[in-house]
Each structure stands twice: as structure tokens, then as C-alpha cells.
Design a protein around this ligand. Structure first.
Ligand code: M6R
Length: 363
């Protein structure tokens, strides 16, 4: 049931504070502010985490890649399932094979999981559909508690995947002695605030709606980000394409000079996903370059980012201030709202976009 919402996607965007909280509660001991250990995974046993998924789940996996390297000091390899399964990939039993899927039925991800199982790897899945094939077949199922996701465009499943993946990174970091108890507490506290931060982020819906209306006047939109915000930029471009049918592309901001800067022309909308972090100055200089070429910069940032920004921008989506670990979750709300409202402006079938299925169970 959609309740008072026009579309399931809108409802699912607004459910995020609640379902992220539910997902976090599953993993966290709220009294001690630690992540409950996963009895079934001994992170010291593995040399590397292999993350395999498709689409939006793959972008959640990329964010996790940054987190796991930083928080656990563990090498990560991110794989697109359809490439991985046909490549004869070199894997080792000292790899932990981690799959991510909302439906637990995506054909390529499932085939990649079976491939890893056949080779004797331990398989874990971050999965939303508790009774799905992947949940059953994986050695370890790590749930997201987003509830049923009806809209074809994944929203609440994505942010819940990020919440569960952050838990994996923290667990791995502790098990491998890469973070101490204080750091763990700091990370957990930051994540527990994410539901409230996401509620605040939802308050900028009117602003996102206005900007989305302007995006629909263009034929193409570019998304830029660095570090953890690079997968967010990719997720933003995917979301916009799939429901509004506007052409969108995402680049790692540092790659701009290696080709795509040639695309920048007067009035091209460029969405820069850049809450303030250690890469801020770098992202700013890229922003400067696109603005100088007449692009319409739409900056997605927080108050520290806004205060430090001296580049001419057309619009700002101001995110609430939050802990760095929660920031990709909060930034996701902005890109979801932009895509959703662009699609509503265009009058597309938001929940059932053309040519797409909710779960891709055939190749
Ligand atoms: O069910 P899964 O998470 O395995 O699905 C993976 C992708 O098909 C899915 O995320 C797709 O990219 C979404 N339509 C994106 O919004």
C-alpha cells in the first residue's frame, strides 16, 4: 500500500529513517555501542574481501570497499557480477566472497556466488529478501531490514545495504586489530545517528524538487564525486537514467581531465556530490574548472562544505551535518530525491520504468 504517497518509490525514500534504524539495531549492541561480532566470520582468516553485485547493490559495494580498506586495513576487490562470472577469475580460499543483493535472486550475482562456492570460498550475502535463493545458499546471510521494496529503482535497500556494510567494516576492523574500542564507539555512535540525519535530509525535498525541475530542461547531466562519493555519483546517475530517462553519466572527479571535460559546455548541469572531507580541496578545484567553462554546478554538500566553497554554483542541496561514516547514507537521499522529482516532472512511470524489471533473474 502506498498510503498518502503518489509512488512506492516516494514512500520507500521516506521510510529510510525507520528501516535504516531497524537494520542498525540488528547489528549493534546499543548499550555497549559495539557491533555484535559475527560468530560465523573470522576476519583474520582472510587476506581479501571480494565484493560482487550488480547495479545499485554494486555501488553500495564500492562504498564498502573504501570503508573496509580504511577501517579494517583489508584489501578489497569490487566486481560487477556479469563480468566476474564469465572471466575465469583468479580467486583464493583466503578470499571472503561477499555478495550484495536486494532481491537475492539476481541471475548474475547468484551465478557468481555459485562459482565461488564451487571453488571452496566462504560466501556471505548482504540480502534484503530473507527467503531468497541467495539467502539460502550463502554460507552466511547478513540481512538488511528494509522490508519489501516495490519501486524498481532501489532506494531504501541501498541505504540499508550501506548500514549493514558499515557493520561489516567495523567488525573486520576490530577483529583484525585495526581499530581500537574508542574508534569503534565513535563509528557506531555516528551510524546510530544516521536515521535522524536522514530525516533531516528529507526536509530539503522542496529544494531538490525545484532543482529536479530544472534538470529536466537539459538533455544530459554529469555527476562527479571522489572517494566514497564517487559511487554515490554513479548511483545518482543510474537513478536519474532509469526513472527519468535523462542521459546521465558519472565520473570520479579526478578523471575529468582525462577526457570528459571535453563535454562541458554552457549550461550543462553538473551535480557535484561533495560533503566536506579530506578530499574537499581536490573536488573544489574540479568544480572550479567546470564552472569556469559555463557548467551549471549543483553542489550537494554540508555546512562545512558550503562555508569553504568559493566557486560559483547555481544551486546547493544542503545536507545536515553528520559523522563521516554516515555521510554517504545521508548523501544518498539527495540524489534519490533529484531523480524521483525529475521523473515526476517528466511524467514517467516512476515505479515501473520502461524496459526494466525489479529483479533481473535472466541474463
Ligand atoms: O536485487 P539486486 O539488488 O541484486 O538487484 C541489482 C540491480 O538489478 C538493481 O540494484 C538495479 O540496478 C536497480 N534497478 C537500481 O535502482
Amino acid at each position: 500500500e502506498k498510503g498518502n504517497y503518489r509512488h512506492f518509490m516516494e514512500k520507500e525514500i521516506h521510510e529510510q529513517p525507520e528501516v535504516i534504524a531497524r537494520t542498525l539495531t540488528h547489528y549493534v549492541d546499543p548499550f555497549r555501542l559495539v557491533v555484535r561480532p559475527f560468530e560465523s566470520i573470522d576476519f583474520k582468516q582472510y587476506d581479501r574481501i571480494l565484493i560482487v553485485a550488480c547495479g545499485t547493490a554494486g555501488y553500495a559495494g564500492q562504498v564498502a570497499g573504501y570503508w573496509i580498506e580504511q577501517i579494517a586495513g583489508m584489501p578489497v576487490r569490487n566486481e560487477v557480477a556479469s563480468e566476474f562470472r564469465y572471466r575465469d577469475p583468479a580467486v583464493s580460499k583466503r578470499d571472503l566472497a561477499l555478495f550484495i543483493s536486494q532481491s537475492g535472486e539476481t541471475a548474475d550475482t547468484l551465478a557468481a556466488m555459485r562459482f565461488c562456492k564451487d571453488r571452496g570460498l566462504t560466501t556471505a550475502v548482504v540480502v534484503n529478501a530473507a527467503h531468497s535463493t541467495m539467502a539460502r545458499e550463502a554460507d552466511i546471510a547478513l540481512p538488511t531490514l528494509a522490508g519489501p521494496e516495490i519501486g524498481v529503482a532501489s532506494t531504501k535497500a541501498f541505504t540499508c545495504q550501506l548500514a549493514a556494510l558499515a557493520m561489516i567494516a567495523i567488525n573486520a576492523g576490530r577483529a583484525r586489530g585495526h581499530i581500537d574500542a574508542n574508534r569503534e564507539k565513535e563509528l557506531v555512535t555516528g551510524l546510530l545517528e544516521a536515521p535522524r540525519d536522514v530525516s533531516k535530509a528529507l526536509e530539503m525535498e522542496d529544494e531538490a524538487k525545484r532543482i529536479a525541475g530544472e534538470l529536466t530542461q537539459s538533455r544530459s547531466v554529469l555527476y562527479l564525486g571522489r572517494g566514497v562519493y564517487y559511487p554515490l555519483a554513479q548511483e545518482g546517475a543510474l537513478k536519474l537514467k532509469e526513472i527519468s530517462y535523462l542521459h546521465a553519466e558519472a565520473y570520479a572527479a579526478g578523471e575529468l581531465k582525462h577526457g570528459p571535460i571535453a563535454l562541458i559546455e554552457e549550461n550543462l548541469p553538473v551535480v557535484v556530490v561533495a560533503p566536506h572531507d579530506h578530499l574537499w580541496d581536490k573536488t573544489m578545484s574540479t568544480m572550479q574548472e567546470v564552472a569556469a567553462r559555463g557548467a551549471r554546478v549543483i553542489l550537494v554538500t554540508d555546512s562545512a562544505g558550503l562555508a569553504a566553497c568559493d566557486v560559483k554554483r547555481e544551486d546547493v542541496i544542503l545536507l545536515p551535518d553528520c559523522a563521516p561514516i554516515a555521510s554517504p547514507i545521508v548523501a544518498a537521499v539527495a540524489i534519490q530525491l533529484l531523480a524521483y522529482h525529475a521523473a515526476v516532472y517528466k511524467g514517467t512511470d516512476v515505479d515501473q520504468p520502461r524496459n526494466l524489471a525489479k529483479s533481473v533473474t535472466v541474463e
